[in-house]
Design a protein around this ligand. Sequence first.
Ligand code: GYE
Length: 323
Amino acid sequence: MLKRISALVVAGLTAMSVTACGSGSGGSGGGDSITMGFSQVGAESGWRTANTKSVQDSAKNAGITLKFSDAQQKQENQIKAIRSYIQQKVDVIAFSPVVESGWDTVLKEAKDAKIPVILTDRAVDSKDTTLYKTFLGSDFVEEGKKAGQWLVNEYKDAKDPVKIVELQGTTGSAPANDRKAGFQEVIGADAKFQIIASQTGDFTRAKGKEVMEAFLKSNPDIDVLYAHNDDMGLGAIEAIEGAGKVPGKDIKIITVDAVKDGMQALADGKINFIVECSPLLGPQLMDLAKKVVKGEQVQERVVTEETTFTQDQAKQVLSTRQY
Ligand code: GYE
């Protein structure tokens, strides 16, 4: 049974890769066209949808043939996709690792096959950093700190405890680990900030709503929600309204990403502050891919530039927001 399931998954992945594969010389370094195998995390959030579009559009613009697969938030699917790209002898593999741990074996296989690997968006915790060429993405610890700094400033005159609930991203993922750590570091300096509940909402709207409903049931006086992405925050807003409270007023809300729906809720006063995390990694990824395929040296860490938004700032930029 198990065997049959995994055979089906492999067949599915292969089918996906084949349909997603454009023309071009591809593989084995022949011709000048580059073939990239890209393993995406999933389609869990607005951020992810924008990121996928950025990667696909940029590949087209750069003349890179893209083999794309969606792992539906499962590490085993990503490992299978990477193995299939190795078998197909693509020129370069890029992927956004769903969790940080457990990549050494498959990365070693890519290295042995002499296929360069680029990490995009999320990091791995492999000790051997020669297993990949570079890591392109945000500084998630910094994002968590920015969220914490806003909160510290917002409550600078408060004497009473500030009760916070936290909706974490996918368990074991770099953004969940780092956004928690950065936030904690900043608010930890003052004992009045208390995280009274913290649980994963898996970066999805549905889970954000469900977990927030549970938080509201067991904690009658929540002051602040810190959600590791907009989607979970948006789900939580539904739960807060469902409980007869006013999001943005009765419960202040901080999120991360700044996708259009999040920015709309910020402009509407339902979210109080958003830390930006840019999904538009495609153009830089294609530039890096061309370089590593040529064997050129690249920086081992490329950090995305980002900002933050208040409610007034959201009103100003909303109409021109691309995603
Ligand atoms: O914040 C979240 C998505 O890895 C930075 O993943 C990304 C995160 C993003 O699901 O919305």
